[in-house]
Design a binder for this molecule. Structure first.
Ligand SMILES: NC(=O)C1=CN([C@@H]2O[C@H](COP(=O)(O)OP(=O)(O)OC[C@H]3O[C@@H](n4cnc5c(N)ncnc54)[C@H](O)[C@@H]3O)[C@@H](O)[C@H]2O)C=CC1
Ligand SMILES: O=C(O)C(=O)COP(=O)(O)O
Length: 528
């Protein structure tokens, strides 16, 4: 049997190459390639081990017919086009915990560096000055630290900051009151956090919800003299606004480890701004963390290529060979239902129930529950997969109920997902056609039949003549082609839902235009 070939395309601890060789893979270490150069060589590899520098785009994936697995030695996978990798059958894995302590420590280092202006004081002292009178710092003891995102890294930062006698408050839609109490922190909304925090530290992935979360408006309305640390992802902060507000004194200091574009241009607006310090994406760069993630990623990739084992995959379930064929379509259904309910629910999400009815009741419920939770939490975390979703849900205090009904209802098999939101319970249900094809059959109490796939538009409206024509015209004028069209309603003339699959992504502007059409109560663009 020929050995699987693996490429390590980013700088990685040498232990990774050693493990690959020991576990039966041929490994090449070729770093620093341009996308064009990578495209030229990627075709020969079965596995790719990366950090954040390699961008695994559609073009790279199209040039990689043999690629079976991508392993990220680290956490964030926003440099990988996961939907496209999934469509090409490429498994994407990360190492969700290997560098979290190290990154949390970097955030703490940034807090201290800001409080005492260490980089500037060092620069001027080494330049021969003795600027003792120019640097009046602040103590962190007794100050309030506001965490945006309290997952793995955020919660480690919280405990370290508590050791420094800071008061910690957090904004995270997935943080329950119980978990907050356990961590000894206070859960608040974002505006409250910004009005109270002396320091803010960001620890979320970059998603549609978190992009520009520290916008100009939010920064302008924050507590005067606030200090900001970002060791998560570029794109979470409006960098130009940050410069203006540092200059005005509204923001007293900012420490960035990550930038919207990396590496940033040499004339980046923030460079040279008083109160601004930065590091070149060093959050994960310690010997300990790099050994951890290199070993883990090499073990995971080689286990997959040599034995078929799946660990920390973001787009594939872990399953035994016997159960797999029967459960696979259920898991696809479950993930779609979880994702739908996650995309349509807002507010404090503390409870989720997964009911299996008819044929589904007799199956192993764990993978189905895992798939629902993975779909549900996907938009909150890069690291969630069907295997770790139940664990993460438990850790975050999400109350997960699994219910089996042996009776058969209208459908021979049914999976129902209900979340308790601050607006009350919201439930969706689906079945399998021909035991293979997942279909949504109910949405918030309204019967409908639809395949949940690709780009979709969900509309709640008053059932009235002429409405569908108006939506069709709007999409047509925007050059959006409708693939499928599904309707449901409570009763004639009552509340109706419309679910469209479309060939192009729907932008926020179009959503706003659709929301203005007469009779429309709610519009949401969905992605599956
Ligand atoms: N600078 C560096 O070198 C490193 C950066 N990172 C980045 O740190 C970030 C956090 O990593 P982990 O803590 O491991 O991830 P995690 O998945 O454990 O935690 C992320 C948290 O953000 C929360 N969140 C999601 N959407 C939110 C929103 N709209 N508002 C507030 N909170 C929201 C989630 O509920 C979750 O608790 C990731 O972006 C990761 O890529 C990770 C390692 C090294
Ligand atoms: O693990 C992560 O998310 C990181 O951002 C670390 O990035 P790096 O591997 O140091 O390029």
């Amino acid at each position: 049997m020929t050995k699987p070939k693996v490429l390590i395309s980013d700088k990685m601890d040498p232990n990774a190459a050693k493990i690959f060789a020991e576990r039966g893979c041929d490994v090449d270490v070729i770093t620093g390639k341009t996308p064009e150069e990578l495209k030229a060589i990627i075709g020969q590899y079965d596995g790719l081990a990366i950090r954040s520098a390699t961008k695994v785009t559609k073009e790279i994936l199209d040039a990689a017919p043999n690629l079976k697995v991508i392993g990220r030695a680290g956490i964030g996978v926003d440099n990988v086009d996961i939907p496209y990798a999934s469509s090409k059958g490429v498994v994407v894995m990360n190492t969700p915990f290997g560098n979290s302590i190290t990154t949390a420590e970097h955030a703490i280092a940034m807090i201290m560096a800001l409080a005492r202006q260490i980089p500037e004081a060092d620069r001027r002292t080494q330049a021969g000055e003795w600027p003792k009178n120019d640097f009046m710092g602040i103590e962190v003891t007794g100050k309030t630290l506001g965490l945006i995102g309290a997952g793995n890294i955020g919660s480690i930062v919280a405990s370290r900051a508590q050791g420094l006698k800071m008061k910690v408050i957090a904004y995270d839609p997935f943080l329950t009151e119980d978990r907050a109490i356990e961590m000894g922190i206070e859960k608040v909304d974002l505006d409250t956090l910004l009005s109270r925090a002396d320091f803010v530290s960001l620890h979320t992935p970059l998603t549609d919800q978190t992009r520009n979360i520290l916008s100009r408006e939010r920064l302008e309305n924050a507590k005067p003299g606030i200090r900001i640390v970002n060791c998560a992802r570029g794109g979470l902060i409006d960098e130009v606004a940050l410069k203006d507000l540092l200059l005005s004194g509204q923001v007293a200091g900012a420490a960035l480890d990550v930038f919207e574009k990396e590496p940033p241009a040499p004339d980046h607006p923030l460079f040279g701004t008083p109160g601004f310090i930065c590091t070149p994406h060093l959050g994960a760069s310690t010997t300990e963390a790099q050994v951890n993630v290199a070993l883990q990623v090499a073990e995971q990739i080689s286990d997959f290529l040599v034995n078929g084992g799946v660990t920390n995959a973001l787009n594939m379930p872990s399953l035994s060979a016997e159960e797999a064929p029967k459960l696979k379509p259920y898991m696809a259904l479950a993930e779609k239902l979880g994702s739908l309910v996650g995309q349509l629910s807002h507010g404090n999400l503390e409870k989720i129930s997964i009911e299996r009815e008819g044929a589904a009741a007799s199956l192993n419920g764990k993978p189905i529950t895992g798939a629902v939770l993975a779909g549900f939490m996907r938009r909150y975390s890069d690291s969630v997969n069907m295997v770790n979703a139940p664990y993460l849900a438990r850790e975050r205090g999400l109350d997960v109920r699994e219910v089996r009904h042996d009776r058969e209802g209208v459908y021979h098999t049914l999976v129902r997902v209900t979340v308790e939101t601050s607006q009350g319970p919201r439930s969706v249900a689906g079945t399998l056609f021909g035991d293979a094809a997942p279909r949504l059959v109910e949405i918030f109490g309204i019967g409908i039949e639809a395949d949940l796939a690709g780009h979709m538009l969900y509309i709640v409206n008053e059932d009235a003549p002429g409405f569908i024509g108006r939506i069709g015209t709007l999409l047509g004028q925007a050059g959006i082609n409708i693939g499928t069209f599904h309707l449901g309603r409570r009763q004639a003339g009552g509340e109706a839902v419309l679910l469209l699959s479309v060939d192009q992504p729907i932008n926020e502007e179009l959503v706003q235009q659709a929301a203005k059409i007469e009779g429309v109560k709610m519009v949401k663009a969905l992605e599956f």
